[in-house]
Ligand binder design. Structure first.
Ligand code: C2E
Ligand code: MG
Ligand code: MG
Ligand code: MG
Length: 284
């Protein structure tokens, strides 16, 4: 009857409501647990940095590299950054984790200076959150002083999301001070953000890193590298260096070399390496 139907509906609504609050509780709990685990991981030194070579196409003797974080979990094994960086960003932990990566990378890069005169520059990924929560120019100044790495050996990789708001004086100020110090700035995953290109003139950017998704369009059967070619010619007229990400074969390398791409990074040259493996790579 009508009355019991009404009760059933009410019950159902209540259950739905309960279901939602439980789901929210679970999500909050999951985040809290992950946040704790990331805190512990930092304390217990479970993060490691891998170094992926960035090879010059005009001068094969010049090798730089990108620092890529991994989490060496005691029971779960090696965890990729895509599994924990977004959550670290959400939980605010990207600030101490990012500071750790920066310090570790600069320490390592300073040690390479004893190996050769033309020692590799290191590129460190930075999250937008880091620039919002701390003054990166101050932090970098401090870390370079501590580790003895010259500013010219450091590059920070930022994404278009950092400069998407063109009215952010604070971020513009940090980037300008970093540039004045001699730290290079590159745009990571270039071409995947939805932003106008005008920022390339406003901000002191020196390098574009073409996203892997565009490089994978360049294949031996049909050359579909139209976007890559367009980015390269734009970069040339703006006097920007270019790193092609995710270069996996000789055909892609040749395509890029013919179009004067400055640097390539990808499995074709090397996968990301441990500190020790990277030193061996440099000797070869
Ligand atoms: P990313 O900065 O664009 O780094 C390049 C990614 O492409 C790396 O993945 C690298 O291993 C992978 N890769 C390089 N060459 C090839 C290739 O030839 N083929 C394919 N399929 N992949 C290639 P990884 O190390 O898993 O890092 C993923 C992302 O996590 C990075 O993308 C970066 O956005 C983020 N990340 C890594 N380390 C850090 C860090 O220390 N801080 C922050 N904030 N983010 C980081
Ligand atoms: Mg990167
Ligand atoms: Mg990238
Ligand atoms: Mg990418």
């Amino acid at each position: 009857n009508a009355e019991s139907a009404m009760y059933r509906a009410k019950d159902k609504g209540r259950n739905n409501f309960q279901f939602f609050t439980e789901a929210i509780d679970l999500e909050a709990q999951r985040l809290l647990e992950l946040e704790n685990a990331l805190h512990l991981a930092l304390e217990r030194n479970e993060f490691i940095v891998n170094y992926q070579p960035i090879v010059s196409l005009s001068d094969p003797g010049t090798i730089n590299c990108e620092a890529l974080i991994r989490w060496q979990h005691p029971t779960k094994g090696l965890i990729a950054p895509s599994e924990f960086i977004p959550l670290a960003e959400e939980a605010g932990l990207i600030v101490p984790i990012g500071e750790w990566v920066l310090r570790e990378s600069c320490k390592e890069a300073a040690s390479w200076m004893k190996l050769s005169e033309n020692s590799p520059k290191i590129s460190v990924n930075c999250s937008t959150r880091q620039f919002q929560r701390v003054d990166m120019a101050d932090l970098v100044t401090q870390v370079l002083k501590e580790t003895g790495l010259p500013a010219e050996k450091l590059c920070l990789e930022i994404t278009e999301s950092l400069i998407i708001k063109d009215d952010d004086d604070d971020i513009q100020n940090q980037l300008e001070r970093l540039n004045e110090m001699g730290v290079a700035l590159s745009i990571d995953d270039f071409g995947t953000g939805y932003s106008s290109l005008s920022y390339l003139k406003r901000f002191p950017i020196s390098t574009l890193k073409i996203d892997r998704s565009f490089i994978s369009d360049v294949n031996a059967q049909e050359d579909e590298g139209a976007l890559v070619a367009a980015i390269l010619s734009m970069a040339e007229s703006l006097k920007l260096k270019v790193v092609a990400e995710g270069v996996e074969n000789a055909h892609q390398q040749n395509f890029l070399k013919e179009r004067d791409c400055s640097f390539i990074q990808g499995f074709h040259c090397s996968k990301p390496l441990s500190g020790e493996e990277f030193r061996k790579f440099l000797k070869k």
